[in-house]
Design a protein around this ligand. Structure first.
Ligand SMILES: Cc1cc2nc3c(=O)[nH]c(=O)nc-3n(C[C@H](O)[C@H](O)[C@H](O)COP(=O)(O)O)c2cc1C
Length: 349
């Protein structure tokens, strides 16, 4: 299946667009760990066309992130066209992606994101307007429909293709479902079978094994991973190995995991103007990086209080010097020693 931009043809791996997560530092990191394509978080067409400073700031990306798609959302075809023109002229990504999947109230209230799925002629007008405003390929990301009653992934996908979409990513849940239930991978298979353009499968990939299973079960042309990349960007390398029939590389050991987290944190600090804000914003990533390490509850509690990178370094160093201190059993014993001490303390103390 041919992709509308230069990328490997044998099942490219996408880092999904994710507000507050798929920002430049994480995109760069994931590219290094084997993601073949990255997409920005969704950006408001109105914000772009009005040259809102905060929106334009999120459009910054480095050459090492390419191929990259800029994702835009909005329900006004003219505004979407204007935004596409500006993005093309100023930032020149490899493609422009239209968000027809966002379920957030603030967005769908104005018919943006998955709100567009209530009116498929609006979906077509938006795609036509964006395609007519750029020489870049235009791709779309959809859900399976607005609600169970209007769950028509194949029809929606065909109309996107007819309107000019050059690739389509499907997250097979409805807007009403938000993130509940399971992604229905059989809908990815149905859409992949019906379309001539590449279909990118997305939804509920937590491990490299899941990614390979989705591809085998659906025949999708590419795999898109969102939450499964949290704190484990190496999921892309692991997926590639399994796709090639090679053994899965082991997840990095704790020391290496901390190094990667710190490297990511330094990239985030360099990217953001305000180092304190960057450290606070970065706490969520830290929580994800330490998930599953022994004593992670205590470690996470400490990391969720940091306001600078040097504090993160200190927390990691103290953990590595004394990992057993974070042990749940050790903490429980320390607490019970303390309370025993209190109980036996002299009344005058
Ligand atoms: C924190 C977060 C932010 C997201 N932001 C976006 C976004 O900006 N644009 C978009 O198309 N999808 C967005 N999504 C949806 C994901 O791209 C993806 O479709 C969804 O999480 C299902 O994939 P997963 O099961 O691999 O997480 C977001 C998801 C999460 C968890």
């Amino acid at each position: 299946m041919r992709f509308p931009f230069k990328v490997r043809d044998d099942i490219p791996l996408y880092l999904a667009p994710m507000a507050g997560v798929s920002e430049s530092p994480f995109r760069r990191l994931c590219r290094r760990f084997g993601a073949d394509v990255v997409v920005t978080e969704f950006l408001s067409a109105e914000g772009i066309r009005r040259e809102n400073a905060a929106t334009l700031d999120k459009l910054r990306f480095g050459g090492d992130e390419r191929p990259i798609g800029v994702q835009i959302f909005g329900a006004d075809p003219a505004a979407m066209g204007d935004a596409a023109r500006l993005v093309t002229d100023v930032f020149e990504p490899e493609f422009i992606d239209i968000n027809f999947g966002c379920p957030v109230k603030k967005v769908v209230r104005r018919n943006g994101g998955s709100g567009c799925l209530k009116d498929l002629s609006l979906v077509e007008s938006v795609i036509r307007s964006v395609s007519g405003s750029t020489h870049l390929p235009v791709t779309v990301k959809i859900r399976s429909g607005w609600s169970e009653e209007t769950r028509l992934p194949v029809e929606i996908a065909l109309r996107c293709q007819d309107a000019g979409a050059k690739a389509l990513a499907l997250h097979p849940r409805t807007r009403t479902q938000m993130y509940s239930g399971s992604a229905r991978w059989e809908e990815i298979a149905a859409v992949a079978g019906a379309l001539d353009i590449p279909v990118i499968g997305n939804g509920d990939i937590k491990t490299a094994e899941d990614a390979v299973r989705m591809q085998r079960e659906t025949g999708c042309a590419a795999i898109m991973i969102a939450r499964g990349s949290f704190g484990q960007p190496w999921i892309f390398d692991q997926t590639r190995a399994l796709l090639e029939g090679k053994p899965k590389p082991e997840a990095p050991k704790i020391e290496r995991r901390f190094e990667i987290a710190l490297e990511h944190a330094h990239m985030a600090e360099e990217y953001e103007a305000d180092p304190r804000g960057a450290a606070i914003e970065f706490r969520k990533h830290l929580g994800w990086y330490v998930k599953g390490v022994p004593g992670s509850a205590e470690l996470r509690r400490k990391l969720h209080a940091v306001v600078s990178l040097s504090e993160v370094e200190d927390v990691f160093a103290s953990y590595l010097a004394n990992p057993h201190r974070y042990d749940d059993a050790h903490i429980a014993a320390a607490i019970s020693d303390e309370s025993a001490g209190l109980e036996s303390a002299p009344a005058a103390a």
